[in-house]
Write a protein that binds this ligand. Structure first.
Ligand code: FES
Ligand SMILES: [Fe+2]
Length: 352
């Protein structure tokens, strides 16, 4: 699968890019360097000096929001143009420029537009929960050595929680579930509900702390290209959801290469129960820690092993789809149609 380009990808958390520092990152196989100009505005340019192809991130960020190449000192601004040549006559070749990428800061994330169509700020999916007064977990990050779609597959089919996250996010009692896939435009939601099941560990921590039975829901929304919002929680059997508690788990997958991706994740509490101290502090820490444990030591281990197996197979037979794959099949269809449309547009313009 190739990458769709005319959409917003998460490049990093906002606070990853500190004033006065260069932040290099490979996105969709392209080396990019992010930095803040003198006004604190985020900038992103190709991480390659056009002179001798030295990585610009090995240079220095200097006054005026310029990067000075660490090799022979050419200077570049956020538009990607060389604005100073310290040598000889100081003449600047018109070819001395690199690509600049549209970037925006929103919802405490840095979003980057990788396509050649005009960037559309309204196309950033809604993660305004990260701006509000909700209690927010640690803003976390893992580099996954796997294609980003394998991670999106994992999130769009949460039936795996019963096996891979047994005890934390699911159990053998949560294998059977009611299940519904809906689509609105290019946005797909997979709703999953288990009735009257033993409460999984993460939710027991937040709800009654008695290991009793609950109704468990997980409705995960996918937006192009790999932005997911999981509305998940528990309530007493038969009770409405607003009498329960849970989280909004947010996941952002951005390809680094075909076989690696940047995984940013965070959770906002929904309807938190006030237990008082020290329980509330324990809950706060454990939500971040248990999610990190599940993603890093359970999902990551499995998905990277999947990638290794796929990478060493000369001919990979197609996936065998289960009924629970309706959501994964649907989002992949949307992605493939967007990629095909971009390919056709490039072909029509004689670029392919
Ligand atoms: S490689 Fe950058 S100035 Fe020479
Ligand atoms: Fe998982």
């Amino acid at each position: 699968m190739q990458f769709v380009r005319n959409c917003w990808y998460v490049a990093s958390w906002s606070n990853d890019v500190e004033a006065g520092k260069l932040f290099p990152r490979i996105l969709l196989n392209e080396g990019i360097v992010l930095f803040r100009d003198d006004d604190g505005r985020i900038q992103a340019i190709e991480d390659r000096c056009p002179h001798r192809h030295a990585p610009l991130h090995m240079g220095t960020l200097i006054d005026g929001g310029r990067i000075r190449c660490g090799y022979h000192g050419l200077e570049f601004d956020g538009s990607g143009h060389c604005v100073r040549n310290p040598h000889a006559s100081g003449r600047i070749s018109p070819a001395a420029k690199v690509r600049a990428y549209p970037v925006l800061e929103k919802h405490s994330l840095i979003w980057i537009w990788m396509g050649d169509k005009p960037a559309d700020p309204d196309a950033i999916p809604d993660f305004s929960l990260l701006d509000g007064s909700h209690e927010i977990s640690r803003r976390d990050y893992i580099l996954m050595r796997a294609n980003y779609a394998l991670v999106v597959d994992n999130l769009m089919d949460l039936s795996h929680a019963a096996f891979l996250h047994d005890g934390i996010l699911g159990s053998k009692e949560t294998i059977q579930a009611e299940y519904e896939v809906t689509q609105e435009g290019n946005q797909i939601t997979v709703a999953r509900q288990c009735s009257n099941v033993p409460v999984p560990g993460l939710f027991d921590l937040m709800f009654k702390r008695d290991g009793g039975h609950v109704d468990l829901w997980a409705d995960i929304r996918w937006d192009v290209p790999g932005c997911l919002m999981n509305d998940t929680g528990v309530t007493s059997p038969g009770a409405p959801r607003d009498q329960g508690t849970g989280i909004y788990g947010m996941h952002f997958l951005t390809p680094e290469t075909e076989t690696s991706c940047h995984y940013h994740f965070v959770a906002a509490r929904q309807n938190p129960i006030n237990w008082g101290e020290p329980v509330d502090s324990e809950i706060r820490t454990k939500i971040s820690d248990l999610r990190r444990f599940a993603f890093e030591f359970q999902d990551k281990a499995m998905i990277e092993a999947q990638q290794q197996l796929l990478s060493r197979s000369a001919a990979v037979p197609p996936f065998v789809l289960l009924e629970t794959d309706a959501g994964t099949a649907r989002y992949r269809r949307v992605l493939e149609s967007l990629i095909a449309a971009e390919r056709e547009a490039a072909f029509a313009q004689g670029r392919s």
